[in-house]
Write a protein that binds this ligand. Structure first.
Ligand SMILES: NC(=O)C1=CN([C@@H]2O[C@H](COP(=O)(O)OP(=O)(O)OC[C@H]3O[C@@H](n4cnc5c(N)ncnc54)[C@H](O)[C@@H]3O)[C@@H](O)[C@H]2O)C=CC1
Ligand SMILES: CC(=O)[C@](C)(O)C(=O)O
Ligand SMILES: [Mg+2]
Ligand SMILES: [Mg+2]
Length: 350
């Protein structure tokens, strides 16, 4: 394990150099990895593991869209694709990748198949951390481990196919066999992680719920919407408002941030822009800080987890989510966005 200095703090990380794929294959050569659930993370992790040469099977509800998707992706019913119970029975490592609410419903079934020495793997600290709300309390004689890719399962797969890797965190909640570390790191490398950084189940879920509600998804849409509204109410066209709020950010400026940091992006903009951005970012920080504090506290109290359990345990949760996504899609800003995307030269040539 390497100690890497992240801005002054030393942290444990595992890279592909020190834990090569060959070693991961060796650690897991006797194991059957059962990926339970084939939604977003399921396909990304299962396909990457398979292409990396591991012994993987998929467990999914029959007669479901996800079952059909698994078949379309090349999983063979009765050979590498099974109903959930059968896969749970065959797996020595259970990768529990149902939705977080789905994990609560299916837990009594999973529990039955957690024979001593097996490993129970999560990609989120949710179920175990909020155990009073989820009822997910693993038996003492199994390893309980986590690899949480820091991004969508869709990106995990795409980046793997491009020869890149999405970073993941890893954690050990319970080491019953003495092999938990090797197992978790081997799985992390196997699913296609770029590098792995150490965390705990609780830290993972608190930071993840904050991030997705905050700057990764919730806050970013909030800031976009506010700026777009101000531009529109001052007479700017949708085209101008969208370009100046979203398109320029995703197409021109964020790739520069990804490449070499914020100061690099700033340095590649005009000195006029630099002066203004350097003055204004602190005002935005100060304005949003109380909201972020409130958000973290709601997460830590478990209120955010409860809200998501309550909403996503309803039988029509998908329909309801889709209705709200549709509202977003059909807002003027994102309708303008669709037109802007269409006009990108790469989308013009047929
Ligand atoms: N979506 C993502 O890219 C990421 C997800 N995660 C975590 O990975 C885990 C899996 O998440 P997703 O792939 O987003 O899940 P998802 O929402 O796509 O659902 C996965 C599967 O669960 C099944 N399912 C849901 N409720 C069920 C029930 N009651 N009985 C049986 N099957 C049921 C669905 O059919 C689906 O195939 C979660 O813990 C999530 O927090 C972590 C990082 C990113
Ligand atoms: C993609 C990811 O890591 C998220 C946003 O935390 C999630 O999908 O839960
Ligand atoms: Mg998340
Ligand atoms: Mg996440």
């Amino acid at each position: 394990m390497a100690k890497i200095n992240f801005g002054g703090t030393e942290e444990n990380v595992v890279t592909r150099e020190e834990f090569p794929l060959k070693k991961a294959q060796d650690v897991l050569k006797e194991e059957t990895i059962a990926v339970i659930g084939y939604g977003v993370q399921g396909p990304g992790q299962a396909l990457n593991l398979k292409d990396n040469g591991f012994n993987v099977i998929v467990g999914q509800r029959e007669n479901s869209k996800s079952w059909d998707k698994a078949v379309a992706d090349g999983w063979k019913p009765g050979k590498t694709l099974f109903p959930i119970e059968e896969a749970l029975d065959k797996g020595t490592i259970i990768q529990y990748l149902l939705s977080d609410a789905g994990q609560i419903a299916v837990w009594p079934t999973v529990e039955k198949y957690l024979k001593p020495g097996k490993a129970l793997y999560f990609s989120h600290g949710f179920g175990v951390t909020y155990k009073e709300r989820t009822g997910i309390i693993p038996p003492k004689d199994v390893d309980v481990i986590l690899v949480a890719p820091k991004g969508s399962g869709t990106s995990l797969r795409r980046m793997f196919l491009e020869g890149r890797g999405l970073n993941s965190s890893y954690a050990i909640f319970q080491d019953a066999t003495g092999k938990a570390f090797d197992r978790v790191v081997a799985l992390g490398i196997g699913v296609g992680s770029g590098y792995l950084f150490e965390t705990t189940f609780q830290k993972e879920v608190f930071s993840d719920l904050t991030g997705e509600r905050g700057s990764l998804m919730g806050a970013i849409q909030g800031i976009f919407a506010a700026q777009y509204e101000v531009l529109r109410s001052n007479g700017h066209s949708p085209s101008e408002a969208f370009n100046e709020t979203v398109e320029e950010l995703t197409q021109s400026l964020m790739p520069l941030v990804a490449e070499n940091g914020m100061d690099w992006m700033y340095a590649n903009c005009s000195t006029t822009a630099q002066r203004g951005a350097l003055d204004w970012w602190k005002k935005f920080r100060d304005a949003s800080l109380p909201v972020f504090k409130d958000l973290y506290s709601e997460v830590a109290k478990g209120n955010e987890a409860q809200r998501s359990i309550d909403a996503n345990s309803q039988s029509d949760y998908r329909v309801k989510l889709e209705e709200e996504l549709k509202e977003l899609r059909e807002s003027e800003m994102w309708n303008a966005g669709a037109a802007v995307r269409q006009l990108r030269p790469e989308n013009q040539k047929k």
